[in-house]
Design a protein around this ligand. Structure first.
Ligand SMILES: C[S@@+](CC[C@H](N)C(=O)[O-])C[C@H]1O[C@@H](n2cnc3c(N)ncnc32)[C@H](O)[C@@H]1O
Length: 223
């Protein structure tokens, strides 16, 4: 994906995080994403997610769309062994890969991986949550927000990736994108914008979008 920030700036942010934290397993997870073009959040956003979770003392995190555990890696660091990171993903192969990577990284203890629809997984988890992190197929974003907004404690965070969608949310056409691809993505763009506007006008939440990589929405529940 083409970063919204100039490549050099994006690269600088990633290098800063690499200087703080090195792990062979993490590097392997990143190589897999490069080789298979699998859309992980990457270092700068991963560290940011960890920071957000640590900042509110999060103990209970639910991820909607976990892939093979790259974003969960950062949440597991934040909540510690006694915390809880519930991963969800439709693909059982991702669950197996996540367990393998996260065990090797010493981060599997707080993780529970539910295979199936992400919102069905969220419904299976009882009680109030500290963080819901959303990274499912983008047409599902409004539904994810509707399901998550009530589940977070006051002081909890809704975090959502790809909310700038390569600039499409602001009417920018990504470089070289064929017209038919742009047209097929219009409804997805609409879904991301609809969710973001709904969150921005929700009096229970204070929110902002941080424009690292493809944009991360942060919404803090205040009422
Ligand atoms: C962008 S990837 C997640 C990457 C992961 N958050 C990371 O950064 O490492 C999206 C994942 O969500 C899964 N997915 C998409 N929509 C889903 C849904 N509605 N229910 C369950 N899984 C879904 C896909 O199988 C895919 O693995």
């Amino acid at each position: 994906m083409r970063p919204l920030l100039p490549r050099e700036v994006d690269g600088y942010l990633v290098e800063l995080v690499k200087a703080q934290h090195a792990d062979q397993v993490l590097t392997e997870m990143e190589s897999r994403a490069d080789e298979l073009r699998f859309p992980i959040v990457g270092r700068a956003v991963g560290r940011f997610l960890e920071l957000q979770a640590r900042a509110i003392g999060a103990r209970r995190v639910v991820e909607l769309g976990s892939g093979y555990g790259y974003s969960a890696y950062w949440f597991a660091r934040a909540v510690g062994e006694d915390g809880e990171v519930v991963c969800t993903d439709a693909d059982p192969a991702n669950a197996r890969l996540a367990e393998n990577y996260l065990r090797r990284a010493g981060l599997w203890a707080p993780v529970r991986y539910l295979v199936g629809d992400a919102l069905a997984g969220l419904a299976e988890v009882d009680g109030e949550l500290d963080v819901v992190y959303c990274d499912i197929d983008k047409d599902g974003y409004p539904g994810a927000w509707a399901a998550a907004a009530e589940r977070l404690r006051v002081g909890g965070l809704f975090l959502c990736d790809n909310v700038l969608w390569d600039g499409r949310v602001a009417g920018l056409a990504p470089e070289g994108e064929p017209a038919e691809v742009a047209a097929s993505r219009a409804s997805v763009t609409d879904a991301i914008v609809a969710m973001s506007r709904e969150i921005a006008s929700d009096p229970r939440y204070v929110s902002s979008v941080v424009p690292i990589r493809d944009g991360v929405l942060v919404a803090l529940r205040v009422a």
